[in-house]
Design a protein around this ligand. Structure first.
Ligand code: CMC
Length: 549
């Protein structure tokens, strides 16, 4: 019998527990004349008995000695080799037995792609499969100290080392500074595609054919209008409302306009909402800007491309037809491509976590956009501009870097959880910024940024921690040169990222392994306490503090 394939098959069942001594059973199944696999496993106890008599040389065992009847100890063996509350298939039992046998034989039968764990609390050994460089956290649950033990869990605050999904959308190699969408390098897509082509690629898995692209652009273009009640809804915001707050709230409000969006299990309904969302996010973004500056809203113009139309809705005044500068429209398109997806970042994770409750995509995208708004995520681009303003001139850079190294502040637009090398998007933005500056004139903040980068990249603090400029470091300088106010920067990030969030959502909704996201916790609070009546309570050690108005 060729054991390794059997072992591999058994691994697929994913419920492998190795009981002490079960490996002796392998003496029986290594024999060529095993009449069947079942016979082999059922004869295991006999093998154990024989092996015990002949120990320690398992290799000396004679096959025919182990292929006899399966006496009572068979049951004992099966129970022992299996998870106590889950009767496993015979292949798993066999695999369990084989593991210990392999160890006794010096490990030569140990299959690749498994991890052996010895629990020093119980002295038991377990084997778990390794797939794609990961083990499944639930495989650890079989590791228990006793019947009342819940089983081992992993503790991973901030998901430092936990894959929460399988995804075929975006690939990042953070050490090498590689970013690909569906296998295509970001540099190639930025040079050769439009944003809508890339959005199609992210959502559908392939670049569109000419015909598909035409239809896709038509569909998106014909979903850019907002219901008039949405316009009225936006009019209700305070005049000084931050555009990102308006963006998030209005996306959420679309849930009330499209009740059909709740049909999240229907592929065609999902696609309908995806087209609506990609079509409408620039309109909402532009309206949040116009509201902020007190200008009347501008309706979409279907003759224009995605980015040209966005610029039209932002900046059209009294001219009968808005004409975008082609270099600026293209630069914006490139920025949209660079921001379209970035695998399991904070906002994509929010999209997946919220979407896993089967809520409609408007509410899920609003949640993702809320996550993006934070200064450690997409909100960093606005913070970079504030930082450059605060630094003021190149001469003040060394003093600013000193404050960063002393831990008083962070260098915004620097550092990344995944990239431990130059963010490839930042490289493209630096290049693209030059094209924009040819049209708009150079943004003087660029010199401060370049000096910050130069000093930081030579400094031991940043070198040791592998802190490089990220996408947000240069994007704000470019946006500002194009005419955007800093409060709009994160909204500019959210427009293209909507395509990425929706691609992540599609993948989630069609992944049979996914369920509602529900992490575990390590409870550190009190055990059950007796209720304390109001007049007997002591002041809390940390009373709630409110700022004075
Ligand atoms: N300035 C100074 N020190 C930093 C910075 C920074 N920007 N980023 C990280 N560090 C230090 C950090 O203090 C820590 O030092 P130590 O080991 O001495 O405690 C070390 O580097 C590791 O940092 P970390 O906080 O453990 O890293 P993280 O992966 O948890 O955080 C990050 C990643 C992006 C939140 C962080 O680098 C940061 O806050 N950067 C500034 C904000 C920013 O630019 N965010 C945009 C990220 S890219 C686009 C996006 O996601 O939207």
């Amino acid at each position: 019998m060729d054991l390794v394939p059997v072992f591999s098959a058994a691994l697929q069942y994913r419920h492998i527990r190795v009981a002490d001594g079960a490996g002796f059973a392998l003496g029986s199944v290594t024999e060529e004349d095993s009449s069947s696999k079942e016979a082999a496993i059922w004869s295991a106890p006999a093998a154990i008995e024989t092996a015990a008599k002949k120990s320690p040389g398992l290799g000396e065992m004679e096959g025919e000695q182990h292929l006899g009847l399966a006496p009572n100890p068979t049951q004992h063996f099966i129970t022992d080799a299996c998870d106590s509350d889950h009767r496993l298939d015979w292949e798993t039992d066999l695999a369990s037995a084989m593991l210990v046998f392999s160890e006794l034989k010096g490990g030569y039968l140990m299959p690749e792609n498994t991890l052996t764990i010895t629990d020093n609390r119980t002295n038991k050994t377990y084997m778990v499969p390794v797939e794609n460089g990961t083990i499944r956290a639930v495989d650890l649950r079989q590791i228990k100290t006793g019947p009342d033990d819940f089983g081992l869990m992993t503790y991973d605050p901030a998901f430092m080392n936990t894959a929460a999904c399988k995804s075929a959308i975006t690939y990042i190699d953070g050490d090498k500074g590689i970013l690909r969408y569906r296998g295509y390098p970001i540099e190639v897509l930025a040079e050769r595609c439009t944003f809508l082509e890339v959005a199609y690629l992210l959502l559908c898995g392939e670049l569109p054919t000419e015909k598909e692209l035409k239809q896709w652009v038509y569909d998106i273009t014909h979903h850019t209008m907002l219901h008039e009640t949405t316009k009225k809804f936006m009019e209700g915001f305070r005049y000084s409302a931050h555009p990102m707050s308006m963006f998030v709230s209005t996306i959420a409000a679309l849930s009330s306009v499209y009740p059909d969006a709740r049909l999240v299990r229907s592929a065609s309904d999902r696609m309908h909402q995806i087209v609506r969302l990609i079509g409408k996010v620039p309109s909402i973004a532009a309206m949040s800007y116009r509201h902020n500056v007190g200008f009347p809203y501008v309706y979409p113009d279907n003759d224009l491309s995605y980015t040209e139309n966005f610029m039209n809705m932002l900046w059209k005044m009294v001219e009968p037809k808005y004409v975008a500068h082609p270099a600026i429209a293209r630069a914006l398109d490139i920025l949209f491509i660079l921001h379209a997806d970035h695998e399991q970042n904070c906002s994509a994770n929010a999209m997946r976590a919220v979407g896993s409750s089967e809520v409609d995509p408007y509410l899920a995208v609003a949640s993702a956009a809320s996550a993006l708004a934070g200064p450690l995520h997409g909100g960093a681009n606005e913070e970079v501009l504030k930082m450059l303003d605060e630094i003021g001139s190149k001469d003040n850079v060394p003093a600013y870097i000193k404050k960063v190294k002393e831990g008083h502040i962070k260098l915004m637009g620097f550092g990344h959880r995944i990239y431990k090398n130059y963010d490839p998007r930042a490289k493209i933005i630096r290049w693209s910024a030059e094209q924009v500056f040819d049209v708009t004139g150079r943004n003087p903040k660029l010199d401060i940024a370049l000096e910050l980068e130069r000093i930081a990249l030579e400094d031991d603090y940043f070198v040791k921690r592998k802190l490089y400029p990220n996408v947000d470091f240069y994007s704000g300088i470019m946006y500002q040169a194009m005419g955007f106010r800093p409060e709009m920067f994160t909204v500019l990030f959210a427009i293209p990222r909507t395509a990425g969030w929706l691609a992540q959502w599609q993948e989630l909704m069609t992944d049979p392994e996914q369920k509602i996201a529900r992490p575990r916790q390590i409870y550190t609070g009190y055990g059950e306490r007796e209720f304390v009546p109001l007049d007997k309570r002591l002041p809390a050690p940390m009373p709630a503090a409110y700022p004075a108005d």
